[in-house]
Ligand binder design. Structure first.
Ligand SMILES: Nc1ncnc2c1ncn2[C@@H]1O[C@H](COP(=O)(O)OP(=O)(O)OP(=O)(O)O)[C@@H](O)[C@H]1O
Ligand SMILES: [Mg+2]
Length: 250
């Protein structure tokens, strides 16, 4: 039996009079990559923003490992092992790769009354992590993010999620605006995240990318879950497209 990692129960979200989510039930199991699909405005980003603490639900509950939790801000989410990666994510472009990897969680050294950041340790760890996520080109960890390509930036964000051993890594449109090579890199990272025991929620408009990496597909349509157990190995892209547009019920 699969072990439940995160369960969102009866989630509703209103933005003024617009209801972005309606009674959404959404579960992610351990060691699973879930593809979240739906047309523009279906509510995908809103759902994962609630999980990552960027948006507060109007009603509904969130359980992690079966225990009810409050996720009121991004720090809460991170403390619960949830890391979110957006396209051009939460990286600070002026700061180095190493600084971004440890942002807010810098290793310290020196006596407790006079601590400073352990820059050497961050640089060594940063180099190791970048290799681990498949950046073979020797980019010094002191390089500012602004000097990296989109795919390399994604790699830094993913490395951060992996280093802090997040249970759940959320990727919202991580392959947007990326080249072929970089996209393959991101898809590789997602697979390697699962291989190392993490779970992922993967949102992408390119349904083929979703089919390439996910174990299960959930479809949102106008704020409601219309399918939550589509097996990409048993289903065609065309069938899923019909579920997204409402022409097919699954
Ligand atoms: N901050 C906000 N204020 C008001 N309405 C919002 C806000 N965020 C989202 N919405 C509305 O909620 C609905 C769902 O939006 P959401 O961004 O979750 O969709 P999505 O599935 O991620 O779409 P896309 O594929 O285009 O990214 C839309 O109607 C959107 O206009
Ligand atoms: Mg979105």
């Amino acid at each position: 039996m699969a072990t439940e990692l995160v369960r969102m129960e009866n989630i509703n979200k209103f933005f003024g009079r617009v209801q972005a989510l309606e009674n959404v039930n959404f579960t992610v199991y351990e060691n699973e990559i879930v593809g979240l699909l739906g047309d523009n405005g279906a509510g995908k980003s809103t759902l994962i923003k609630i999980l990552s603490g960027a948006v507060l639900q109007s009603s509904g509950k969130i359980y992690i490992h079966g225990k009810e939790v409050d996720i009121d801000n991004t720090t809460d989410a991170i403390n619960h092992g949830i890391e979110t990666i957006y396209q051009d994510s939460a990286l600070v472009t002026q700061l180095s790769i190493a600084r971004n990897l440890f942002l807010g969680r810098e290793p310290l050294k020196g006596p407790s009354f006079l601590q400073w950041m352990d820059q050497d340790k961050m640089n060594v760890e940063a180099s190791r992590l970048m290799r681990e996520v498949g950046i073979t080109k020797n980019i010094p960890p002191t390089t500012p993010i602004s000097a990296l390509s989109g795919g390399e930036r994604q790699a830094v964000a993913i490395a951060r999620a992996m280093f802090f051993d997040s249970d759940l890594i959320i990727l919202d449109e991580p392959t947007n605006n990326l080249g072929v090579e970089e996209t393959q890199g991101v898809l590789r990272f997602v697979r390697s995240a699962r291989d190392s025991g993490h779970s992922c929620i993967f949102i992408a408009h390119n349904i083929h990318h979703v089919f390439e990496v996910v174990d299960r597909i959930v479809v949102l349509r106008r704020g409601e879950v219309v399918a939550d157990d589509i097996d990409p190995k048993q289903t065609t892209v065309h069938e899923v497209e019909e579920v997204i547009t409402g022409m097919r019920v699954m």
